[in-house]
Design a protein around this ligand. Structure first.
Ligand SMILES: Cc1ncc(COP(=O)(O)O)c(C=O)c1O
Length: 467
């Protein structure tokens, strides 16, 4: 193919038609469970299968390559994929994503993504309203919850430090209080900010893996004894391992009492707001100063799209209180929202708002509540099933679509459960994961695919027991 042909619309059309057929066939087979969930290949063998030579002249057919990728991937549309909390993607969102890729409107400045910017603003406003934020709330979309949490904590630091930390650098050791069960990216964000390993002070949790006010008081005292100035509390809505929701009303009262910023890591659980049945889990979220919300988890959108929402929208300008004059000319406060690059770690950014906007408009907001209801319902069914079996136990009642459980066997229970997960991984019958809770091994599932059925869940118990 020549250089000109490579950019030619007709050549694209021809491949495109074949591509749609390839993807649709794949989707059908994955949804029917007509393949192993993960055709597991050890890393060295996989590397050997992927040729490291790049030809000087035209080589592979892109579709033939893609077919190999399809065959060798973890199949999230398989009804027996119940592992990590990554969305089973709405197939129609792929068209939007492909269009985004072609347009490549980078979004750092308004002109490089005018409609993308407007759509992002509408999505951010809608999500803010859904969690009960007042008029004046605002935020941005970023690539993932890890970047989102860092973005929010940078704003928290700037807001609570009483001086311009961004410009002057920090004069004292800061800290945030965060559940011992929180996702590791919170501690990582703190270390990126230079606060060291002690900058994320762990808060003890109760039997259901939720922080308590007593735990917060103890962590605050400990941080102060260690000579740290605490700026914020990070609440988990919900925790990654067990899907436990921290009590936001209590935490908000604690933050108010101690003049602390309240950040809610709702990467996984904020989507519960879509569901009339389950949104109560988020009671108190409207009091947060900032919230992170991944739409590529419970909202079935492709990775990565994360909303970082601020109750006071002006705070969203504090994360990166930096100007790049060649990009951002002096702006009118009324239109300062338009240059999203002022408020994101990313300079060039995919049109994240387009996919979320398009899917919310295409399916309607109630549909996203139905996804949540279905997934939570299936997870409760699994918990119920396991409760009826003498040899299984669950770690805690599922509050969302995450469940940890284990089989009680004679002998080394941890080793048995770890080996069982390894067997499942290698067999391709199911994809589930494992976690360690209070030093013990547990199996962990996250039901992500609305087309997983009760029969699949019964089969999981059977397959685990049969070994
Ligand atoms: C609670 C929580 N926060 C943050 C993250 C990180 O999000 P991302 O993978 O989008 O960076 C995760 C990921 O699983 C999570 O569960």
């Amino acid at each position: 193919m020549t250089l000109d042909e490579a950019f030619d619309a007709e050549a694209f059309r021809a491949t495109g038609h074949r591509w749609v057929d390839t993807i649709a066939d794949y989707l059908q087979r994955a949804s029917d469970g007509a393949m192993p969930v993960l055709p597991f290949v050890p890393p060295a063998e996989m590397l050997a299968r992927v040729d490291g030579e790049f030809p000087e002249t035209p080589g592979d057919d892109p579709l033939a390559l893609l077919e190999r990728v399809l065959e060798n991937s973890n199949h999230l549309h398989h009804p027996r994929y119940i592992g990590h909390q990554v969305a089973t993607v709405l197939p129609q969102s792929v068209f939007v994503e492909a269009t985004n890729a072609l347009l490549n409107n980078g979004m750092a400045v308004y002109e490089m993504g005018q409609m993308q910017t407007a759509m992002e603003r509408r999505v951010v406003a809608y999500l803010s309203q859904l969690i009960g934020f007042p008029e004046g709330a605002d935020g941005v979309l970023t690539h993932g919850g890890s970047v989102g949490n860092l973005t929010a904590l940078l704003a928290a630091r700037q807001a609570k430090a009483d001086y311009d930390v961004w410009t002057e650098g920090q004069r004292e050791p800061f800290a945030v209080l965060v559940s011992e069960q929180a996702h590791y990216c919170v501690a990582r964000a703190v270390q990126v900010m230079g606060w060291g390993a002690g900058g994320a002070v762990p808060v003890a949790t109760d039997d259901a893996f939720r922080v308590t006010t007593n735990g917060l008081e103890a962590a605050l005292a400990k941080a102060r004894d260690d000579g740290r100035r605490v700026l914020a509390v990070v609440a988990s809505s919900c925790t990654t391992a067990t899907g436990s929701f921290d009590p936001l009303e209590d935490i908000a009262a604690f933050c108010q009492g101690h003049d602390l910023w309240l950040h809610v890591d709702g990467a996984h659980g904020a989507s519960m707001a879509f569901s009339e049945t389950h949104r109560d889990r988020l009671r108190g979220i409207e009091n947060a100063d900032s919230v992170v919300w991944d739409l590529h988890k419970l909202a079935s959108l492709p990775a990565l799209v994360t909303a970082v929402l601020f109750r006071d929208g002006q705070r969203s300008y504090e994360s990166f209180a930096q100007e790049a004059s060649y990009l951002f000319e002096e702006v009118d406060p009324a239109t300062e929202w338009i240059d999203i690059g002022r408020r994101t770690l990313e300079c060039t950014k995919r049109g994240l708002g387009v996919t979320s906007y398009a899917m919310l408009r295409t399916y309607g907001t109630r549909f996203f509540g139905e996804i949540v209801d279905r997934l939570v319902g299936l997870t409760r069914e699994l918990a119920e099933l396991l409760r009826r079996e003498d040899d299984f136990e669950i770690a805690t009642e599922p509050e969302t679509n995450i469940l940890c459980f284990r089989r009680n066997v004679d002998g080394d229970r941890d080793a048995w459960n770890r080996a069982a997960r390894e067997r499942l991984l290698k067999s391709g019958d199911f994809y589930i994961v494992q976690t360690t809770l209070r030093g013990e091994a547990w199996l962990r599932v996250t039901v992500m695919n609305p087309r997983t059925g009760a029969g699949d869940l019964r089969a999981l118990v059977r397959v685990l027991r049969e070994g």
